[in-house]
Write a protein that binds this ligand. Structure first.
Ligand SMILES: [Zn+2]
Length: 47
């Protein structure tokens, strides 16, 4: 499967995908809400 999915909720990504840089990785999410969840998770020091 080549289709990318949201790193947070596994929703299939489309043209509206948002790239979020977490540490030295770039992940893609479906919406700003998921982007915020990723940023919060990384801010807690789980990386
Ligand atoms: Zn999502």
């Amino acid at each position: 499967m080549n289709e990318k999915t949201c790193a947070v909720c596994d929703y299939p990504l489309d043209a509206n995908a948002i790239q979020v840089t977490i540490g030295n990785r770039v992940v893609e999410v479906c919406c700003e809400e998921c982007a915020e969840k990723l940023r919060e998770a990384s801010a807690k020091g789980s990386a």
